[in-house]
Ligand binder design. Structure first.
Ligand SMILES: Nc1ncnc2c1ncn2[C@@H]1O[C@H](COP(=O)(O)OP(=O)(O)OP(=O)(O)O)[C@@H](O)[C@H]1O
Ligand SMILES: [Mg+2]
Length: 465
């Protein structure tokens, strides 16, 4: 089995009572597959809360509270199987293990999300069709003969779903995106329009073409507020919620949300300087040679200092006196370099903005990068952590070397909850596997595709379809 290329898909039997809250989202795959009621069950309780921000009330609830919250997010049992199945060659664009589906299971309101827009199932086709003029499936079938829809019928006789891709061209023209769109187009079921940068940046959102389903996500330079306004006006089905993407830009909100839903995050304090004079410390902040402290919560060196902006990758690691001191500075890769050690650094923390200070987790030198497609599928691979020596390992083709990884059941559960909690079906995040055996989420990046994996392109297109 080629583990490197393998993702996993859990199964959610549909034999239980209707799920609560976002339960529907945890199990919907495609309206075309059936209308079974969702099952509700317990989830793996080892998506525990130790190490979570103590201030977060939900995080203080222990495993029981974690279980409760996780059920509210998904309701279904943990994905089964702890290894990555070798998927058989998929039918064009269709995942092999898609489970029975939920047509219109109840969805409780959720505090986050783009007003008006929907981010329920994973399927473009199912949700897009249902969305079109709010026709039921039966009504759609009846209306197929109408002159109005005839022009837009796909090969299967159903109306083509209009899908818009609204993202910066660097992303929408990327190799993985093109590969996945090509697979979706080949089904004949979708009319896909990729918005250009000129349209996105140069035109008011009122001029953007309407669609049934929207793939839209932030990257540098993307006008997120404009896209949120477009989604609120047009009300397409959203693959990744847009309003929540603003929260992904702030590491404070990301950690708070993770703690709320019971996902382990590194022990940390948040030193916010919003509204303070430059260089001023918030009340209760103490810095000593080998620790920082806020409100009595102490983080010992070695610790990691992260700017609160998720777009700022200048992360510093401070080493204690006992380890010789000094600071390792991480940054966005420049050629083959991703970090630099400054042995002469005085070891005093930055005060030019707001930062998170978190315990340095010993991991054996690897990061696990996880890529979800909906709540039931995740692909994982590892890379050498930039903390090791700051030298980027590259393949002969110049790509960063990635190692095969199989997620444990509790890590799969984390993936499911991350995808649901942030309403980002296609979502990349980073796991730190601590040498004490537990995994922590240290970064949630939102929309992210696995690169250079045909298997992933097939799976992703299949699940989205
Ligand atoms: N608490 C921690 N303990 C140990 N190492 C950490 C910790 N937090 C982060 N790191 C290391 O620093 C790296 C960068 O951290 P993080 O992923 O939070 O920042 P980022 O710059 O936003 O990353 P990305 O490039 O994925 O957007 C991680 O990949 C990991 O190797
Ligand atoms: Mg990261």
């Amino acid at each position: 089995m080629d583990q490197r290329r393998a993702g996993w898909e859990g199964e959610f039997p549909g034999d239980g009572p209707p799920g609560a809250g976002l339960g529907a989202e945890g199990r919907e795959i495609s309206l075309r597959e059936g209308m079974d009621a969702p099952g509700a069950g317990s989830i793996a309780s080892d998506s525990a809360t130790e190490g979570a921000e103590p201030a977060a009330p939900a995080a203080a609830g222990g495993a029981g509270a974690s279980r409760f919250r996780a059920e509210a997010l998904g309701g279904g049992p943990a994905p089964r199987g702890d290894s990555t199945p070798e998927a058989p060659p998929p039918a064009p664009g269709r995942p092999q293990t898609a489970s029975p589906v939920v047509g219109h299971a109840p969805r409780a309101s959720f505090a986050w999300g783009t007003p008006g827009a929907r981010a329920g199932s994973t399927s473009l086709q199912g949700r897009g069709l249902a969305h079109r003029r709010n026709l039921s499936r039966a009504e759609m079938r009846r209306s197929q003969s109408s002159q109005e829809l005839r022009g837009a019928l796909g090969a299967d006789g159903l109306p083509r779903v209009k899908v818009a891709i609204c993202a910066m061209s660097k992303k929408s023209q990327s190799k993985p995106m093109r590969a996945i769109l090509e697979r979706l187009r080949a089904t004949g079921e979708f009319e896909i329009e990729v918005f250009s940068d000129d349209l996105i940046l140069g035109q008011p959102q009122e001029a953007w073409p309407e669609c049934d389903c929207l793939v839209s996500f932030f990257s540098s330079g993307f006008p997120l507020a404009k896209a949120v306004a477009y989604a609120a006006r047009v009300r397409p089905y959203l693959i990744n919620d847009l309003a929540v993407q603003a929260d992904l830009l702030d590491r404070r909100r990301v950690y708070r949300r993770l703690a709320e839903v019971g996902i382990p995050v590194p022990k940390h304090i948040v030193v916010s300087r919003d509204g303070l004079a430059p260089g001023e410390d918030p009340p209760g902040f103490v810095e000593e040679e080998d620790f920082v402290e806020l409100g009595g919560q102490r983080i010992l060196k070695p610790f990691v200092e992260k700017p609160v902006s998720g777009e700022d990758h200048n992360i510093h690691i401070y080493y204690p006196h006992s380890m010789g001191g000094g600071v390792k500075k991480l940054f966005r890769k420049i050629a083959n370099k991703s970090a630099e050690f400054d042995a002469d650094h005085p070891g005093t923390v930055r005060r030019d903005g707001s930062y998170i200070y978190e315990a340095f987790m010993t991991t054996g030198g690897t990061d696990v990068k996880v890529y979800t497609v909906g709540p039931r599928y995740a692909h994982a691979e590892a890379r050498k952590s930039p903390v090791v020596d700051g030298k980027v390992l590259r393949t002969a083709e110049g790509k960063e070397v990635r190692f095969p990884v199989l997620l444990s059941p509790s890590e799969k559960e984390i993936a499911r909850i991350v995808s649901l909690a942030f309403q980002q079906k296609v979502c990349g995040f980073d796991l730190l596997r601590s040498d004490k055996g537990r995994s922590y989420v240290c970064d949630v990046n939102g929309w992210s595709f696995v690169k250079s994996s045909t298997k992933y392109y097939d799976d992703c297109a299949g699940i989205l379809r």
